[in-house]
Write a protein that binds this ligand. Structure first.
Ligand SMILES: CC(C)(COP(=O)(O)OP(=O)(O)OC[C@H]1O[C@@H](n2cnc3c(N)ncnc32)[C@H](O)[C@@H]1OP(=O)(O)O)[C@@H](O)C(=O)NCCC(=O)NCCS
Length: 213
């Protein structure tokens, strides 16, 4: 286990192999096309993974968030994963540090944001494979709770469930019409239901406009 160094101000340093995430690589067979490697991002992947964020979201906001998170000392430990197909980066997921501010003290957690798969590779299971890999690494790091703000029809496929009904509240209020888009997953049993509180995440994400759907 390793953590993003407090002193890191440089994306290449932040992405040095093994610096902040487990080093496991998983071979995944998508429903279409060649096998995919799900592995930690390396410094030479930065441009490509930011490019995946841009094309998947059709804009630069999520890429800017990723770049900000990678140099944010409050974001570590970071789990920064890419999906590589035929030597090309086609997917990216980043999990960054969060805590639940509970009445009994802070409880470590992580938040998945953003997740992106390049349009030609979408719909073949790569997004779910990136999620599952991140969940395994989070468990290995001893992180019990994983949060996401995202599509209500998507994340339950890998086990997420609405968080607020368990007393696990987002840093900023979520539009009630999409309240269930704020979701949580426990990597080991017995945490959900026993921990309640408001989540605080990396400084780069503590902006109310990021939480307005
Ligand atoms: C959302 C995204 C990450 C999913 O990754 P993916 O690799 O395409 O998805 P997978 O192949 O793992 O899963 C496909 C399944 O998810 C469903 N799905 C895909 N996107 C969805 C969405 N936005 N809402 C609900 N379900 C969705 C598909 O219908 C499919 O369902 P099925 O298995 O029942 O047929 C990807 O489509 C993407 O990058 N989209 C643009 C960026 C984005 O919206 N990121 C997520 C922000 S919360």
């Amino acid at each position: 286990m390793a953590f993003l160094p407090e002193s890191s101000r440089n994306l290449n340093v932040a992405c040095a192999p093994g610096r902040y995430t487990a080093s496991r690589t998983t071979r995944f067979r998508p429903t279409r096309g060649e096998p995919v490697l799900i592995r930690p991002a390396r410094s030479e992947d930065i441009d490509a993974l930011l490019g995946v964020e841009r094309v998947a979201f059709d804009g630069g906001e999520e890429a800017d968030l990723v770049a900000a998170l990678l140099v944010d000392p409050s974001a570590g430990p970071i789990i920064n994963l890419v999906a590589e197909k035929n030597g090309v980066i086609v997917g990216h997921a980043i999990f960054t540090h969060a805590v639940v501010e509970s009445a009994d003290g802070d409880v470590d957690a992580t938040i998945l944001a953003p997740l992106a798969v390049a349009p030609p590779a979408q719909g073949t299971g790569i997004g779910q494979a990136l999620c599952r890999e991140g969940l395994i690494v989070a468990e290995e790091l001893g992180i019990g709770l994983v949060f996401v703000l995202g599509h209500i029809g998507y994340y339950p496929k890998v086990g997420f469930e609405p968080a607020a009904r368990h007393g696990l509240l987002a840093p900023y209020s979520i539009d009630p019409a999409v309240a269930d888009a704020w979701m949580v997953l426990e990597t080991r049993p017995g945490i959900i239901g026993n921990v309640r509180g408001v989540i605080r995440c990396a400084d780069a994400m503590m902006h109310p406009e990021m939480w307005a759907e």
